[in-house]
Design a protein around this ligand. Structure first.
Ligand SMILES: [Zn+2]
Ligand SMILES: [Zn+2]
Length: 315
């Protein structure tokens, strides 16, 4: 099969990569895969991954349980061992022995086929297009926040960062009825949020003030300090960016202001699919362009350009 391969130093297009043969997993024919900031972090050394990258996908099942054959699916990316205490509590994403699709010891979706444990799969409702469904994984990550924090309707919530993740976080928080403000550097990206009724501010014009809840989704190491400075005493700071580099920041304000800090990563697919099916979240305006897998190297370099919206690959 055709695939992109990352050897730890260089990304290449491989026209005849061995297709997955593991019979304990479902074999998915990839319809679309999304390039995400985490992939770009991997190409900067994050997780020391080697293999086929890609963890955002929608596809159809070619091999697996009979009831799934031919069905359109998306998949959770953490493959737990199934035996440890985390897995027994349903927290595969915290299994100490987990593999993570396209990120840790498991090949991902920048290929014609990807192997995924069948229990990780979720059927895609008919009224969701492939172009929408490919956002299920990052949207689920945004929904993870609502399993961790419970904004009240009069809470003032700040989302820092107008990239893909910031956009999805702002839209998910808006569903709670809270007062959401999104702050970012790009007026064209903020306008996507204006269009769905979310208050936005350009960072350069923003007068910092204090919020009950601040979500850091800038994807940059400077975002943390700014986010921290915007949380009211006893407020909550949610960290969504995963950055390969080191942060240098004083933690004293966390103590002095008694800030709750919440790390937030992967989340529940059923909520994401339900929201997409109910057309509560607008995702397709986030798409910049769809590339053929064969042009994957150009697609990745395009995705790495500042201000680019979501780049998708079609195998
Ligand atoms: Zn991702
Ligand atoms: Zn486990």
């Amino acid at each position: 099969m055709r695939a992109l391969y990352w050897d730890g130093r260089e990304l290449s297009f491989v026209p005849s990569f061995a297709a997955p043969t593991d019979e304990s997993t479902a074999l998915i024919k990839v319809h679309l895969a999304g390039i995400c900031a985490t992939d770009l972090q991997i190409f900067a050394g994050y997780m020391a991954f080697t293999g086929v990258p890609g963890h955002e996908f929608v596809g159809s099942v070619e091999q697996g349980p009979a009831e799934l054959i031919g069905k359109r699916v998306v998949g959770e990316i953490n493959f737990g061992c199934g035996k440890c205490s985390a897995c027994r509590r349903g927290l595969d994403r915290h299994c100490p022995n987990r593999r993570v699709m396209g990120i840790l010891n498991a090949n991902g979706a920048f290929a014609e086929y990807v192997a995924v444990p069948w229990k990780n799969l979720h059927l895609v409702p008919e009224n969701i297009t492939d172009e929408e469904a490919v956002f299920a994984e990052p949207l689920a990550a945004a929904f993870e926040m609502l399993t961790q924090i419970h904004p009240k309707p009069d809470d003032n919530v700040l989302v820092l960062g107008d990239g893909k993740l910031g956009n999805l976080c702002a839209q998910v928080l808006q569903l709670t009825g809270a007062n959401v403000t999104a702050v970012g550097k790009h007026s064209d990206k903020l306008s996507l949020l204006d269009n769905v009724g979310i208050r936005t501010q350009l960072l350069e014009k923003w007068q910092p003030h204090l919020f009950d809840i601040v979500v850091e989704a800038t994807g940059s190491s400077s975002g943390f300090a700014l986010a921290l400075s915007a949380v009211r005493p006893r407020g909550t700071l949610v960290l969504k960016s995963t950055i390969a580099g080191m942060h240098q920041v004083s933690l004293a304000p966390l103590v002095i202001n008694e800030i709750n800090v919440i790390g937030s990563r992967c989340g529940p697919f059923p909520q994401a699919l339900a929201a997409l099916s109910a057309k509560q979240i607008s995702v397709t305006p986030l798409i910049e362009e769809i590339y053929r897998l064969d042009d994957g190297l150009s697609a990745v370099s395009r995705a790495g350009k500042r201000g680019t919206r979501k780049i998708l690959l079609r195998p």
